[in-house]
Unconditional design. Structure first.
Length: 224
């Protein structure tokens, strides 16, 4: 019998079939009506912070990278535990002549040496609410990503918290219940205080803002 692995189970829903509807279901519908945070809000993070050498953790369908004003000139490395979104996003980006590489790895482990270091930016958008555990456990992801960021680089991303931050819409609450039941969301115990503690342990500067049910963050000056 296969060993139960909640980390891989959280990544498993990103199948080829789901990725073909990801833009419509997540980017256009869920962001606006379930989480009350239009995708343009998160896209603004990419337009402001995406650097020449960029590491994208959990790329999903690659919509943000494909629509970022800076994306076409960036050297992009994709990282995900599930190879399906890696190949899907790489194909999408290469249509616009992006410089794209991919590495299959978990954010809970050190970034593989093959991915390199010295990134100008790291994006981790809508990933952490999928990762099992609370921020005392999955906060280690920030340390691993800080290790491959340049001294003047920036990490940015977003997540949906659980404790004290349940969605206000019926649609959002229903989606949260279903996603938790199938193991796609593991955010029940995630709260802002522990998120900020995890960011502060890995970076000397960070900002956190909330838009609807979504918490957006940036971090600079990685602690070595």
């Amino acid at each position: 019998m296969a060993r139960h692995d909640p980390v891989r189970e959280a990544a498993a829903p990103y199948t080829p079939a789901f990725l073909t509807v990801y833009d419509a279901w997540v980017i256009r519908l869920s962001n606006r009506f379930a989480w009350q945070c239009d995708a343009t809000v998160m896209l603004d993070l990419y337009n402001r912070h995406l650097g020449h050498r960029h590491l994208e953790v959990g790329p999903g369908s690659g919509w943000y990278l494909a629509n970022s004003a800076a994306g076409e000139t960036a050297q992009i490395t994709l990282m995900d535990l599930n190879p399906t979104p890696l190949s899907f996003t790489a194909r999408r980006l290469r249509k616009s002549v992006h410089d794209v590489a991919a590495v299959c790895a978990s954010v809970l482990e050190p970034v593989p040496a093959e991915a390199g270091t010295g990134y100008d930016s790291v994006g981790i958008n809508f990933v952490l609410h999928c990762v099992p555990g609370d921020f005392t456990d999955k906060g280690i992801a920030f340390r691993h990503l800080a290790d491959v960021l340049s001294d003047d680089g920036v990490l940015f991303g977003s997540t949906i918290l659980g404790r004290g931050r349940e969605p206000r819409t019926l649609f959002g609450r229903a989606l949260t219940t279903v996603y938790r039941r199938v193991g796609a969301f593991n955010n029940r115990d995630d709260d802002r205080g522990e998120l900020e503690d995890a960011l502060g342990a890995a970076f000397a500067e960070h900002t956190v803002i909330e838009v609807g049910a979504v918490t957006l963050f940036t971090a600079r000056r990685p602690r070595r």
